[in-house]
Design a protein around this ligand. Structure first.
Ligand code: SF4
Ligand code: SF4
Length: 480
């Protein structure tokens, strides 16, 4: 990560966290609210994502959920497609693909996911912080309230705020649980006798507590210290990655300028005499005041920056007021700032794109060629072969069948050896949706047809006339 700057700034920020005071304690941040084009777009994106998040567990298609991440039963449904423990290789490849996608996305766009799409930021900035502002007032009022003694008004405001925070945390916790255990089980926990669902209720309360602690107290610490993705930036970003960047070439040397109220309404006037000509940054520090992690982006790229673009909005407002071009803080690469060249695809980006394309192709092929029936046939342990009264040699096998679909599927087995016969211990003619069926069967061969101790056999698994799977196995016999 590059924090190089050409302007003279002190190095205090290198050794101190913005949310830490001089004695090492927590310094509470009071970010100022922003307006502007990026804030408006962030609001739109946030509300769309929130709607999708809360609707997700309740969207059902053909009587089945669209999403389910049931870790306990190891059953996952993604866009209506069910994945079983036997599909773990698909989940593993999917995760690797996702990690490469995140790496590519970060190499190109920096940490923009954190500021625009991460649930932590969306809930913090678009839900909890807004509710806090409605109850306690703007950033100055909040600061005053926290510093003031405990009056009836303060007790009322704090109680209301934390009550609402707990309620929203409870709603988030229920949604989270609905993704894990499914809509129906969640409703059962809510509507049934609590004594029958102690584990579910405990989980619900525990999640509520975690979400409340995150949004009421931890806040930016999650992004700056706990989340591992922020730490990945230092290895993923390079000079050509797009990031929220301060144009120090344009901005420095920073300093207040002499202007009339007409030229710069709302910006504090600087007393005479007029300073020497300076860069475009008027050192108003508004970009620091709006930052949810409390950093000064003018110090260069920092791990704490979540690319929320709030500083871009506020600085653009300042640039309008001082009649300078927009974009003193903008999405640009370090190279772009230094050379004024537009974004270019680097070899690294192309390499990541190539790997991602291959992974997506492999994943798509595996998903499309995935069988609806998963069948495992194993020779019964500890068994060799049996001689039957009619001169047949018999081998015993165990079979496990999983129906990965939502419909009843007929099933039958066909052996590729015309002399071989199948005899099930329990009949198996159909499998129910999502069912794991276990049984055993014998394969028999006339002794005269067994010419070796180990005869390879192929077993076709059919549903109707469609061959769903082909299983290779061995048939043990006497040595003739
Ligand atoms: S908001 Fe813009 S002008 Fe104000 S201090 Fe930040 S970079 Fe400088
Ligand atoms: S520096 Fe700007 S983009 Fe980065 S977190 Fe702070 S306000 Fe958001």
């Amino acid at each position: 990560m590059n924090t190089e700057l050409t302007s003279p700034v002190d190095d205090y920020f290198r050794s101190h966290l913005p949310n830490q005071n001089d004695t090492g304690g927590r310094k509470w941040l009071y970010p100022r609210a922003t307006s502007g084009r990026y804030t408006r777009w962030r609001n739109v994106v946030a509300w769309v994502l929130l709607a999708a998040l809360f609707a997700g567990p309740f969207l059902w298609v053909d009587g089945h959920p669209l999403f389910l991440f049931n870790v306990l039963e190891r059953r996952f449904i993604f866009f209506g497609v069910t994945f079983w423990p036997q599909d773990f290789y698909l989940v593993a490849i999917g995760l690797v693909t996702f990690v490469v996608f995140i790496a590519l996305f970060t190499v190109v766009f920096g940490r923009v996911f954190c500021g625009w799409a991460c649930p932590q930021t969306i809930f913090m900035e678009m839900v909890f912080r807004k509710i806090e502002s409605w109850i306690e007032g703007d950033f100055r009022a909040k600061q005053r309230l926290d510093a003031s003694p405990w009056t009836t008004e303060k007790i009322l405001k704090k109680t209301t705020k934390h009550g609402v925070f707990l309620l929203i945390s409870f709603i988030i916790s229920n949604t989270f649980l609905a993704y894990l255990i499914g809509r129906d089980q969640l409703l059962a926990i809510i509507l049934d006798n609590p004594a029958n669902h102690l584990a579910g209720l405990t989980a619900m309360l525990a999640f509520t507590g975690v979400f409340y602690a995150v949004f009421a107290y931890l806040r930016e610490i999650v992004c700056t210290t706990i989340c591992p993705y922020g730490r990945l930036q230092s290895v993923l970003l390079d000079k050509s990655s797009l990031i929220v960047a301060y144009d120090y070439i344009r901005g420095e040397p920073r300093g207040k300028k002499l202007r009339t109220e007409t030229e710069a309404p709302g910006i504090p006037l600087t007393p005479l005499p007029a300073p020497a000509p300076k860069g475009d940054c008027i050192d108003c520090k508004l970009c620091i005041h709006v930052c949810p992690t409390g950093i000064d982006i003018r110090n260069g790229t920092q791990m704490e920056c979540i690319n929320c673009t709030a500083c871009m909005d506020v600085c653009d407002e300042v640039m309008v007021k001082v009649d300078r071009p927009l974009g003193l803080i903008r999405m640009d690469s370090q190279q772009g700032i230094e050379t004024r060249q537009p974004f270019r695809f680097t070899t690294r980006i192309l390499a990541y794109t190539g790997v991602l394309a291959v992974l997506i192709a492999v994943l798509a092929f595996m998903l499309l060629s995935r069988s609806a029936l998963d069948v495992t046939v194993l020779r019964a342990p500890g068994q060799l072969f049996q001689r039957e009264a009619d001169g047949q040699i018999a081998n015993l096998y165990s079979v496990e069948v999983i129906n990965k679909t939502y419909r009843v599927l007929p099933i039958r087995f066909r052996l590729n050896n015309p002399d071989a016969k199948l005899r099930f211990v329990q009949p198996l003619t159909q499998t129910r949706p999502g069912e794991l069926f276990k049984t055993m069967f014998f394969i028999t061969l006339p002794e005269k047809a067994v010419h070796q101790t180990n005869t390879p056999l192929t077993l076709d698994v059919l549903s109707g006339n469609e061959v769903m799977d082909q299983i290779e196995t061995n048939f043990l016999g006497p040595s003739n």
